[in-house]
Design a binder for this molecule. Sequence first.
Ligand SMILES: Nc1ncnc2c1ncn2[C@@H]1O[C@H](COP(=O)(O)OP(=O)(O)OP(=O)(O)O)[C@@H](O)[C@H]1O
Length: 645
Amino acid sequence: MSEGLQPGREPDRDLRTTEVDLGGLVGVLATHLYSTPLVALRELVQNAHDSHIRRRLEDPDSTVRPVIRVRGDAERRTVAIEDTGAGLTEPEIHAYLATVGTGYTRLLREVTGDQSLIGAFGLGFLSAFSVAEEVAVTTTSHREPAAGHRYRSRGGEQYSVEAVAPRPVPGTVVELLLKPEHAHLADEYALREALARYCALLPIPVHVGDDPTPVNDVPVPWRQEVPGDPHTARMRFATAFGRRFEPLTAFPVTPVDGTTDAVGLLWVQDGGTYGSSDNRDLSVYLRGMLLSEDARDLLPSWAGFIGGVIESTRLTPTASREDLQRDEHYRALQQALADAVVDGLYETARLHPAAWRRILARHGQDLLGAALCDDRLFTLLADDVPVPTSQGDLTAGALRAAGGGAVHVALGSGGGGFEEMLYRAMQVPIARGDRYAVLPFLRRYARLRDCRIVELGSESGNRELFRDPERPLPAEEAAWLSAALTDQGEQLVPARFDPPGLPLVLVPDREAELKARIEDDQADARIPTAALRLARAFTAKTDGTVKARLYLNLASPAVEQLLTAYRTGHTGSTTAAGLLRSLKVIMAAASGSSGSSGGDLTAALAGVGTAVAALTAAVPEGLSVVPDTLSGSGRHDALQGEGTA
Ligand SMILES: Nc1ncnc2c1ncn2[C@@H]1O[C@H](COP(=O)(O)OP(=O)(O)OP(=O)(O)O)[C@@H](O)[C@H]1O
């Protein structure tokens, strides 16, 4: 610790008072405290509101109907905020309006305990100077209805007060002569837009210009006086408030015992969200006044589809009253809002099935991810949320039923590879594991519902697809088949798989594919050097000589017949093998997996013609090239196999 700072020791120096450069301070407060010029209007409307509350507290018998009116005059470049509240006496102008850091409002709240008063810092009025060249406040106090005073100031540092005629009814009008750069604030259309948001929860009607309808005329659904069905009232409010999206449903936020006092409304927004898109939109009000328009961090990060409005007296605003202190109340509210979203979705699923279906269709992708973040949400969504599959969106339950009790998910990115072709032949839908949250969601679903998950494209998934043959093929037969069926870079793998009608399938080696792509000379031009060096260091470890595996289905009648023919020395076996080889090439070309191998398509097509010609060539009476085994049901199956594949 330095010598100058010692705890507990009284300084024995002369105490002097810190000087304040008032001009500088006023300038900073007026110009830099607030992020948008509209905040000045909010502060002045809020003062008008507080003044009405003051009037009610001091003069409970008053019959004056509280009204706030804001007028813009584009030609004169002025905005005026008018109230019929308490007004100010001349000493009050000096003591409160013109004293930075002191206001009457906070005192009044402390004395009366009235929590509907908004002002606290004694700073807000200064914001008028951030948008105005000159400010005039003409006021008549309800205590001295025969006296009028006008405060005037340019810049806020110096001011004058003069006696003027009293206002017809007590109250105040604050007039701003706007700086040229803020002239747009005088546009009444823009004023209406901004004030509708700022004042949505204010209990006193706020009018713009001569409009007889207040900007805040939509009933606030969590206030008791709203008549009719609560859901209708909620939807009405959400529709009026949600600026960017139509609401699909709306549900309440209610105080959580001892934790938060927040009340309000949340809604599910229409408008597609994909994966990580974040359209969270939360406005926070304190004592009826908008504090923050973008308090999205109070909502759970997975709730990109939620909009809402809440109010709470426990949150502490920053002095600019545009943001919130991140204190324990803030954190408690975060938790409460996450619970409110989950409760609301449960309520929607139960009470509003049509809206629930729209939400699932609209936000399925987001909900898949959301379900992973919240256990209760997972339970709600496990059987309802649509999962993108090769056969369109399906629930995990439908996916499982169509997969014979297992959910199938493809890990590859392209889709449409051999797995898909194989499963299409079996009518089994495959979930798109490359889409946001699909794979972890299905893994969790499989654990919850105790069902099998088959991950295609992984080694275990391929093993699941291609089972080992019951008996290994004799080496000599395997060698003959390999020579007859494979092309360069292909490896023959005898196996058993479904459907039995499919005699063989060619599966490209994904790592070899990657290696070929990375080692391609042109990769230099497309991939940054450092990344390419790393990638090549990795692919150097993969062998890459096997570009594709040809799985031969020993459970297929066509293959069985072929082997029988070969074993009996039937002359047609070579022709039949040639046909299968052509089939392989044609299927690989059709499934788009012929890139790295698979043979020449033109040659394969020609091969079909040659085989047909050989099988149908005129032969002497009594000498058949087609043995019985191939002319019966086995042959029929073999042809069917070609057809289905
Ligand atoms: N329209 C008005 N009618 C009557 N009194 C007003 C009006 N506007 C301002 N005042 C008085 O001027 C005081 C200072 O206003 P100012 O906006 O600077 O601070 P505040 O409203 O008290 O607090 P905050 O900075 O939190 O808004 C108020 O407390 C109030 O006593």
